[in-house]
Design a protein around this ligand. Structure first.
Ligand code: C2O
Ligand code: CU
Length: 442
């Protein structure tokens, strides 16, 4: 936003935002989206970035940060670009970077499986071509629960130059507010969160200009917290892997840990508030009041613009080919702190394999009495059905929440050879064993 615009914002707040407008608020507003990384490479199709992971000084709300920022710098590139990230590890612990949602070569995936992590004081260069469009994110995949809880994560946005450009982009990382303590039990299990931080701030205000379109990209980076968002009207244009086949207007948008979505906000005359609703992880009723997490204020009220002309395809879902190539059954219990896939606990798992370049069906069943977000590395999946019902439109994801007793059938077409992690993105569950390895063989 230009300085004049946010000065104007101070004068013309609508009654929807009742909090006092102070200069501090204006500064926060201008900086609400996480800062974007500086590109060190002059070539237009290369994004070269340095990321240093380090401990923050005491008294900060987070323990660790990339480049001293929470959330970490946003990496923004376009389809076909080469991303080069030079990681310097200044933690006392080993670390890695995992590119959540991207089909990268296996040695770039940032897992400490068949690969050494990056030790304290060491560096590592990640370099690969961005072949997918969407809102992705990066985070460590070594002592993952502790390091992500500590604040190590950021957005990776890959733009499609053929798509319309919104007047403004708003990037929102949701994280549960909790003690900056580390370790296992402190991170909690799948849980209901009543205190959210949005880009590190409790209930920030975003000021938009009437008559303009804002593309909001949302990420739930919390270790275990479920976010059930509602607003007067939600227009969801994209999930994990770019544009949807059709836009959706759900009453509630549920983002489990690791999940993303994009909203198109047509700003009119009135501001509004995004609320986090109570949510039950056990299929029962959810209790508690809605919690406001973000206020959108409007300056210069104007008629709301018409939606942009996104290239929605309206594509129907792929018909289920009928066979099941792989079956994953999720089970376990918080009481025993044991979480299993097919009765096995990572790393003592049977490695199933699929041939590269061939379509396959994975069926995932949740046999436990709580929900789990299923995440697969190295490939994304199309949803064939949830409990026998095909989605209304083609839907491709890399992270999918399973409610209790859900049976989901997923279609994959792996393009990269490697040993890909398949796990629950409730990070304490993954660390308590709910993780396995899917080998894609040449
Ligand atoms: Cu977001 Cu295995 O990770
Ligand atoms: Cu889980």
């Amino acid at each position: 936003m230009k300085p004049q615009v946010w000065a104007l914002a101070l004068l013309t707040l609508t009654p929807a935002c009742r909090r006092p407008a102070t200069p501090e608020v204006a500064v926060q507003r201008r900086a609400l989206s996480p800062l974007e990384a500086t590109d060190l490479d002059p070539a237009p199709d290369v994004l070269r970035v340095q990321l240093t992971a380090a401990r923050l000084p005491q008294g900060q709300p987070y323990l660790y940060a990339y480049e001293g920022q929470n959330p970490g710098p946003t990496l923004r590139a376009k389809l076909g670009d080469t991303l080069q990230v030079e990681l310097t590890n200044q933690l006392e612990d080993a670390t890695t970077i995992h590119w959540h949602g991207l089909h990268v070569p296996f040695d770039m995936d940032g897992v400490a499986w068949m690969r050494e992590p990056v030790g304290p004081g060491q560096t590592m260069t990640y370099r690969f071509v961005l072949n997918q469009v969407g809102t992705f994110w990066y985070h460590p995949h070594f002592n993952t629960a502790q390091q992500v809880e500590g604040g190590l994560y950021g957005f990776l946005v890959v733009e499609d130059p053929t798509q319309p450009v919104a007047d403004e982009e708003l990037l929102l990382v949701f994280d549960a507010e909790s003690e900056p303590s580390v370790g296992h039990s402190a991170s909690g299990h799948g849980k209901i969160v009543t205190k959210w931080r949005v880009n590190g701030q409790p209930r920030p205000t975003y000021t938009a200009t009437g008559g303009r379109t804002v593309r909001a990209r949302l990420l739930n980076a919390s270790n275990a917290g479920y976010l059930a968002l509602s607003a007067e009207q939600l227009r969801v244009i994209a999930h994990d892997q770019g544009l949807l086949a059709q836009p959706e207007s759900p009453a509630v948008l549920v983002l489990g840990p690791g999940d993303r979505a994009e909203l198109e906000l047509s700003i009119g005359a009135e501001g509004f508030t995004l609320q986090a609703l109570p949510y039950s992880l056990n299929g029962g009723l959810a209790y508690g009041p809605p919690v406001p997490v973000l206020d959108v204020a409007v300056n210069a009220p104007a008629p709301a613009p018409a939606p942009l002309s996104w290239a929605f395809t309206g594509a129907p879902p792929r018909p289920d080919p009928g066979q099941t190539d792989l079956l994953y059954a999720f089970a376990g219990s918080d009481r025993t702190q044991t979480w299993l896939i097919n009765g096995e606990r990572f790393p003592n798992v049977t490695i199933e394999s699929l041939p590269v370049g061939q379509g396959a069906v994975i069926e995932v069943r949740n046999l436990s009495s709580t929900e789990h977000p299923f995440h697969l590395h190295g490939m994304s999946f199309e949803i064939l059905s949830v409990n026998g019902e095909a989605p209304a439109f083609r839907r491709v994801e890399d992270t999918l929440n399973l409610k209790i007793r859900d049976v989901v059938r997923l279609y994959v077409e792996p393009t990269e050879v490697g040993d890909w992690m398949a796990h629950c993105h409730i990070l304490p569950h993954a660390e308590d064993g709910m993780m396995t390895v899917l080998r894609v063989s040449p």
